[in-house]
Design a protein around this ligand. Structure first.
Ligand code: PAF
Length: 287
């Protein structure tokens, strides 16, 4: 049975007891509106650690656009039902004030966590404060749960680098990055997909096609030049998305704010586009 808790304080006690019984806690932090991608992380946490804990908290600190925060999908009871179906041991939620009692519920009084060098460029440049907000809540969640391992989806590639760096500085937990879950037509699973208008949903597979075109250029034509890989992706995206935020590559093992100008030895292709009022991101390893 999935235990449902309404505050980080209760969650802290529950996790301490689980650890005291000798259990290893596997943790999946989420903002809810759960889909197959999240559930695959929970299943893996349970398989590997024997105990899976999930947090559901729409973290206001990481939204740079108040409209995005307001309409972010929320369905806590639906999430709890889905989690029960995959054997989640405990799910908890809480308010901003409960997570940061020192703030009295005022986000401006919360001392942010340093998101590190991976926060520079791409998402960090387009969404000021976003990764600081992510690092701040993830640090607090790790302090509450004290997991052995924490599981993140590769779809938010830059976030996985920020979180790895945070965990390294904190000295725990082990970070496990799991492959992006996709719909049958290649669209990366995301809570924001629920907000897409049908006409934009129809165009969305072009994002994965653009990433695959870059992978084809890398693997079949030996392209190692970032600018050429960018042109390849933009050529596929442009007929479908008039508003391309970026279509770039980075060395996944040596993150740089800007796209490298010398030939790459390894590459992660990353895309962000506007699909009407929704912003979609995706990425793919090329080498
Ligand atoms: O990836 C997310 O859903 C969020 O950024 C996270 C890690 C739960 C922090 O709020």
């Amino acid at each position: 049975m999935t235990q449902k808790l309404g505050s980080p304080g209760e969650a802290r006690g529950w996790c301490a007891e689980a650890r005291a019984r000798g259990g290893r806690v596997g943790f999946v932090p989420t903002m809810g509106a759960l889909h197959e991608g999240h559930l695959s992380l929970v299943k893996r946490a349970r398989e590997e650690c024997g105990c899976a804990v999930v947090s559901v908290f729409v973290n206001p600190l990481q939204f740079n656009d108040p409209k995005d925060l307001e309409r972010y999908p929320r369905d806590f009871e639906g999430d709890v039902r889905l989690l029960a179906g995959v054997g989640c041991d405990m799910v908890f939620t809480g308010t901003l004030e409960q997570f940061f009692p020192e703030s009295g519920g005022d986000a401006r009084r919360i001392v942010g966590s340093e998101p590190g060098p991976a926060a520079r460029g791409l998402e960090g440049a387009r969404r000021p404060g976003h990764f600081e907000g992510v690092a701040t809540i993830v640090r607090r969640l790790f302090e509450v749960v004290e997991p052995a391992r924490a599981y993140f989806g590769e779809k938010d590639f830059q976030q996985t680098l920020v979180v790895r760096d945070l965990a390294r500085r904190m000295g725990r937990p082990e970070i496990v990055v799991c492959p992006t879950e996709r719909e049958p037509d290649g669209v990366a699973r995301s809570s924001r997909n629920a907000l897409l208008e049908p006409a934009w949903r129809e165009r969305a597979p072009a994002i994965h096609r653009a990433l695959q075109a870059a992978r084809g250029a890398w693997r079949e034509r030996g392209v190692r030049d970032g600018a050429e890989l960018e042109r390849t992706m933009r050529a596929v995206l442009a007929p479908h998305f008039p508003d391309i935020d970026y279509a770039e590559v980075r060395d996944p093992d040596a993150w740089t704010e800007l796209m490298p100008t010398t030939p790459l030895a390894r590459a992660q292709a990353l895309i962000a586009v506007r699909a009407g009022s929704v912003r979609l991101i995706d990425n793919l390893r090329l080498d």
